[in-house]
Structure formats: C-alpha cells, structure tokens
Design a protein around this ligand. Sequence first.
Ligand code: NAD
Length: 472
Amino acid sequence: MNLRKYGLLINGQEIVKTYFLPVQQKYTGNLLAEVSVAEKDDVDRAVDASMEGQNLVLPPYQRYQILHSAASLLRERKEDLAHLMTDEVGKPIIEARTEVERAAMTLEISAEEAKRIQGQGIPVEASPGAEERRAFTIKVPVGVVAAITPFNVPLNLACHKIGPALAAGNSVIVKPAEKTPLSTIYLANLLLEAGLPHQRLHVLTGHGPDIGRWLTDNPNVHMFTFTGSPRVGEQLRKQAGLRKVALELGNNSATIVHKDADIREAAKLVSMRSFNSAGQVCISVQRVFVHADVYNEFLEQVVDHTKQLHVGDPHLEDTQVGPMISESEAQRVEAWVNEAVADGAKLETGGLREGAIYHPTILTNVTETMKVCKDEVFGPVVTMDTYEDADDVFERVNRSQYGLQAGVFSMNMRFCLGAAEKLNVGGVIINDTSAFRVDAMPYGGVKKSGTGKEGPRYAMEDMMTERLVVLR
Ligand code: NAD
C-alpha cells in the first residue's frame, strides 16, 4: 500500500520531512498515514512567515469573505472530512458529520465577528486640564497566535482557535494533536483555497513538548491558545512567561437531577450525552447527583437506555459509541473502574473492554475519593450518587478541582437559580446536561478547567489589544 506522507504546511508550502509520526485508524489499528515531525528551524520559519503576514493589508471585510467561503467549502466536503475524522479519531460517523457542520458554523460566526470589531469613545475631556483632547480606543491584533489543540474534537476545536484568531487579524500557527492531525491539515488547506494569504496560517505536526518549547522560546509568538490537559496547560503557561495564554482544560462534569425533574427526559439525555465520542469530551457527563426520592426510577431508566446503545465500528450508520483514542486509554479507564469496584462501587452496566472499545459503564455506590469521581475519566463512565439537600449537592459539585460546566434538571425556579448562583463553574445548563454547547456561546471554566473563554466573540477579545488613542 502506498501510504500518504503528510508534510508541514509553512508559508503555503508542503514541507515533507525525514522523520514521521504514524497516524492510526483508531477502530482497526491499521496505519492510516504518516505526518512529518517539525524541527526547531521549521518552527522559526513558521513564526517568521507569520510576522510577514502581519505586514499584509487584510481588512475585516476580506477576513469575513475568506472565513465565509471556508465555511461553505467545509459544508461541500462534509462527507470526506467526516470519514477522515471517523478514521483518525474513531468517533461514530453520525457524530463526525455533526462536527463538520459545527466547524462550518464556528467559521461563519468568526466571519461575522470580523465585521464587528470596535473600540469605544473615552471621555478624557471630562478631566480638568484635558478639555482640548478627545480619545477613543481601537482593537489591534496581538500578532502571531500559536494554537495547540487536543485529539478529541480535532476539527471544531481547531476552528474555535483559527477562526477567531484570523477574524481578529492575526497570523496563526496551529499544532494539532499527534494522534489526530489530519483533519487540521485538511482544514488549513481549505482556508488557503478560500483565499487566505499563505503567510497567515501554518501547520506544524510532530512532538507536542518539542514544538511547545520552540514556540515559547520564540519571542515573536505573542499569544498561546491551548485546549488539552491541565498538566500541559500549566506547563505552557510557565513557559509563556508574560505573554497572553488562554487555557481550555479538563473537567469531571456534574449533572444534578432534582426530585421535580422530568425524569424520562433527564434519563434519555444523560445516557445520550455521557457516551458521545466514547466519553472523550471535556463536558461529557461524569458525575450524576440524583435526589433520593427519584433515584431508583432515574437509575433504572438510564441503565435501560445505556444498554440499548450501539457499540462498535464507528463507520456504521447506527453506531453510537466507537473506540477510545487508543487501547492504552481504554485500559486506563478499565483500571480506574476495576479499582472503584474493588473499593465498593457497584457496576450497573458496562465494565467490559474489547481492545480500544470500552463499553458504556454506570457505577453506583461510589465515594468522592475514587478516581472515577475526583479525576477526569475522559472515557465512557458515569457515576451516580444521591442527595437530599440542595446546599449539600451544590457543595459536593463544587468540591471538584475542576469547574467547566454543570447540568441541572429541575422544574423548581428557586432550585435552578440557587444552582446558577452557587455552582462554581463557567456555565450552568438548566434542564439539560453539562454537555450542552453551541458554538457562539461563551465557553470556558474556572479552577483547573482553565482561564479565558472560547466562542468566537469572546476568544477574539483575548486575541486583540485595546489601544488608546488620544487626540490633542
Ligand atoms: P494533551 O494535553 O495531552 O495534548 C493537547 C495538545 O498539547 C496536543 O496537541 C499535544 O501534542 C500538545 N502538547 C503536549 N505536550 C506539550 C507541551 N509540553 N507543550 C505544548 N504542547 C504540548 O491533551 P489530549 O490528551 O490531546 O486531550 C485531552 C484533554 O483535553 C482532556 O483533559 C480534556 O478535558 C481536554 N479538553 C478540554 C476542552 C475544553 O474546551 N475545555 C476540550 C477538549 C478537550
């Protein structure tokens, strides 16, 4: 078989290197392609070209047109891209198609936001002695943005960084995850095809720690936008020094089901949203707290729905849960579940591993010190616990080291508003799970879940500098 060897994309050129990283098809484990491993010189070349890109005149309306055309191209190539993602990530084809549609939407929203960049009037003349002056602010691009993305949502999360950064007038160097770089390479080529000047976007594949170090060593990279694990996020922040860093990190997302909730609806949504992308989603439902009065009824229904999920080959139209990113990740999840069971947890369904596939799993009788509760599982595992008192459950949700989003099912306005005010998270989703997201909304967490917000309008604020102009 003639295996495709992908190059780096620097300044519009594909640069094929001598060393490569394999990219596997996640369901079969077969080799899918190889991608070039960037070296320090490549990183510096991409930064130099990005700096040149900053000298080009590319007004907001042109940025709008380019991003808008790229969104249309994404929609045209939906099937191609969806199958590529199903291959490289292992996510079910139905989910991969949704990701392409959402990615197009993210670019489209970014395009619109390019036309809405505005400063403000500043009434300096109101200060004694400054009557002869007038002032306003303008928003200018930060310059060169390095975007580092995780394996799980390789297309839409890349769009959440590239879209706003380009809309704001920056140059972008993107570094996709080692295991899933192909959809990002596809996306970058599509943006160039849509008319983006080649100095404005580059793709570097290879080893994260090396590329991260070389990017942070280069003072002409002005901002880092990172989505991934807290460990790497913290390290990047240290290396970046005083430069801007936006971090979208992990979560062990909680969803609360109160006694007055629509139990059927809640059970259906919890079982659907816990196992998307085999649970490898940062807002995937992990810890469910159910009011004691409705616990048995709710548990029975969730277990019932979960047992009906179709698990297997992600290319099949009816598959709902595919493989995890690797067999070793599935083994890690298996070990965490086994450890919880050894410590007294009860397996309600699942607990079975076949290679990289881990079957949707529900655990009850858990304690908060178990890894499956206190850490981010990032796999298809849900824990269920009961509560009786509102303040007690809010406090238990808040004892997490994370705080990205939480879900609350209740028809009681007082309970819902209490949750909105007391849960220490970036977003409280009422009558849906923690996993709700549309691409325009502000999205980001507190504590170990990170700093900064995504959603094109919010991400762009970080990707621009507000400059004051005083006229005398
Ligand atoms: P990861 O942290 O291992 O890797 C993320 C990216 O960082 C990859 O591109 C990797 O190559 C790169 N990297 C690794 N070491 C680096 C270093 N020293 N310097 C710079 N870059 C480096 O994460 P992952 O396993 O790909 O993704 C899973 C994690 O991502 C989970 O914790 C998940 O919660 C998180 N995530 C968060 C969000 C969010 O929006 N908050 C979304 C998706 C995933």
